[in-house]
Design a binder for this molecule. Sequence first.
Ligand SMILES: [Zn+2]
Ligand SMILES: [Zn+2]
Length: 427
Amino acid sequence: MREHPTRSSRVLNSLIIVLWTVLFAGGVSAQVDRLAHLDVQGDPGSSLLLAEGWAPPSFVREPGKQGKITKSPFWCSRCADHGEYAKGARHPAPPEKLLNRPRSDMVATVQGKAKKPPIVLAMPRLILVCDLSPLSARMLKKYEIPWIREHFPKKKTKLDQHAVAHLYAMRCLHLFAQWTDLMCLDPDRKEYRPADHGQTWGNPSMNRGEVWLFPAAEPYHQFCRQFFKGFGKWSSWWYVKPSNQVATLIHAGKLKDDILHARLDHMLAHQHLFEYRGHYYHLPVWIPEGIGHYFERRHEQKFDTFCLLGQPRQKDRSDWEWKARKWKREVRSLVSKNEELPVTKLALSSTSNQDLIPRYHVQAWSMINYMIGMGRGRFRTFIDGLKTKAEDDHVLEAHNNAFRRTFGVSAGQFQARWRGWVLKKQK
Ligand SMILES: [Zn+2]
Ligand SMILES: [Zn+2]
């Protein structure tokens, strides 16, 4: 006997179809919406405004023409030597040690037979040891002029060693403000903070990092030979184990001031990223390098520091001698020839910048630009995801989890979308 669907079962069937259609179509559109952030238009990452309108906190002085400083954004050894600080002045604490050795010994080592000792500047999260040569005031960026005039009103055409040291301390504070803005850690920009902002900044047991700026190759090489086991051509980056801190050393050589400034920003980005949440898990090198280039190339799209240490291990050095000025064209060529590194390989690559040849720095920079273009909150979530890797988590798993949690796709799918972005935006 054939069964005929009853009226009620027909109604039920059509209801199921309607429900299925709503659920399915809804699911697809939710999926599309959830991934809409991956369709980055143009290059918003590169042009993102960071710490816009920032200026260093002013010096506060006692009343009167020669009033002593009562409050300042950094402590300066030269100002202290000149008796410029009022009794009980408020400023960040001067360091007793540099590179875990008595400060006076280290200053004497750098000074050698030279005229004046290097200037030590203490900021809330960084120590700068600055021994740069005098600089023409023409090299100042327009927004930096009032920073310097406030303290050195008479230095109209040339900044001496002392004024240059103040300038670089302010540049360090500026980069830190940009970094905290990018990472949604700026207390004045609460609206950007992602949900998990309860995390602490850095490990309190970490000492302030140090940046040493040398005027030329020779004192830099000599200093590195004495205190470290090697050095990069222009800059070195070290973890000082006994004092639990990182140290960056850079020499100016014949570099123009704008290049030196950009290079400093690259290195400071490494330093702040490492110190963030004080985690000793070194991120796969493509991430710090991508971020370093991101900050450096915000100055000008032709600056490219490859902070390599010592000699490349490869016998064939051709990869390391590679030089490209047009990074956007280069990354497009990499992608269109399918020559980019798969992101899983990047994750598994060493944490040493010896292992990432310059050509892949370009890929790393482009991927970070793409990522930042999706918003700083997401970027912070991604870094947080990587930084929460437990000791026994596999690096690939931590990498993949960070991609999934932040962008809603696997690392491989992320890379496919990035490829599409690279090819599309260059048209
Ligand atoms: Zn000073
Ligand atoms: Zn670097």
